[in-house]
Design a protein around this ligand. Structure first.
Ligand code: TK8
Length: 343
């Protein structure tokens, strides 16, 4: 009996303390029109990369800045490694508002917003600097704006990087070497068309299924930037990497549009600034890790094949017909804007 009384007392006491904390927290918070001051705002963010990737470090930077600048009033909870789903599921979840933010590779975004096919033009960007200036300039801004019709707000372009072809069968130097090779592509029609044009046998597949597919040889190869190849250990199940650099993939930082518009002006500004800062930070690390990962993969015994300009041109020529297909899907306006910006 006595015991029960003591326990009840403790419970009541704890309860009072908790209510006290809540009230104090609310008093410290600033007034805002649409937000409920009593409640802490939680941003649930999911992505498909591993934790030791530049990409995840970029997300952690975003979290740090947002939580610091809002005095913890906004909490950012990050779920890496497809814990909440792959790119496609996460875009849907953010559209519906079950998850507030995500950052898919650009290719799966094109299945939602066709303008994004413009980024699937092979060899569109000469180098990183050109990718950054185009994506951060009016061309990239226009592309991000087009997401608004899909209840998404595009915030920035983090870096996944220039993609290289890996496989377990042959040394690929020219499209001819690809003959019949089973290649996993991202879930995107232009990527599928590209590898068909090159003579391979492509299969679209979610990133989360890829390691097992390579290991069990359901597919012979795939393409991704060095850092991702290394951090997800594709090099352990692949023998050759051809430095094709056929496409530059950015990660699209997106947030649910209604959620974003429901924030106070001040919080929206904090998010906008944090995303830019986190993106610059992530790009720096990504650049560094791209080089380091290439070295580490080489040291692990995978053969890295450098292509001559002539060999690269063979890929470019075979892929040239894709431009019209991209124009058809994305619309000529956005394609012309990107072609102008990159010439
Ligand atoms: C991770 C993917 C990945 C991409 C792919 O969610 O699917 O090959 O390169 O980074 O977005």
């Amino acid at each position: 009996m006595k015991k029960i009384l003591i326990i009840s007392l403790i419970v009541v006491l704890l309860g009072t303390m908790l209510v006290g904390c809540g009230a104090n927290g609310a008093n410290n918070e600033q007034e805002s029109s649409q937000e409920n001051d009593q409640e802490k705002i939680v941003i649930k963010a999911g992505h498909g990369g591993p934790e030791n990737n530049a990409y995840h470090l970029g997300w952690l930077k975003f979290k740090e800045i947002v939580e610091e600048k809002t005095d913890g009033k906004i909490e950012v909870k990050i779920y890496p490694n497809q814990q909440l789903g792959g790119d496609r599921e996460l875009i849907e979840a953010v559209q519906m508002g079950n998850v507030q933010m995500t950052s898919p590779s650009s290719a799966p975004v094109a299945s939602f917003d066709k303008s994004f096919y413009v980024l699937d033009i092979p060899f569109l960007f000469k180098d990183r600097e050109q990718a950054y200036s185009t994506l951060d300039g009016p061309a990239g801004k226009k592309l991000l704006e087009s997401l608004e019709s899909y209840n998404l707000k595009g915030l920035a372009f983090m870096e996944n990087g220039f993609r290289n072809l890996t496989n377990s069968k042959v040394r690929v130097r020219t499209p001819e070497d690809l003959n019949g090779l089973k290649i996993r592509t991202m879930e995107n029609e232009i990527h599928l068309a590209a590898w068909s044009l090159l003579g391979a046998n492509p299969t679209p597949m979610a990133f989360g299924e890829l390691f097992t597919a390579l290991q069990q040889k359901t597919v012979d190869g795939q393409e991704n930037p060095f850092e991702l190849i290394y951090t997800v250990k594709f090099h352990e199940v692949q023998d050759y990497i051809s430095k094709t650099q056929h496409i530059y993939t950015p990660y699209i930082m997106i947030i649910n549009k209604d959620f974003y518009e429901g924030l106070s002006d001040e919080n929206r500004m904090i998010i906008d600034e944090a995303v830019v800062e986190a993106t610059n930070y992530e790009r720096e690390i990504s650049k560094q890790k791209d080089l380091e990962s290439e070295e580490a993969i080489k040291a692990a015994g995978v053969e890295i094949i450098e292509l001559t300009d002539e060999e690269k041109n063979m890929f470019k020529e075979k892929l040239a017909p894709l431009l019209d297909q991209v124009k058809e899907k994305a619309g000529t306006e956005i394609v012309d804007i990107f072609i102008d910006a990159t010439n």
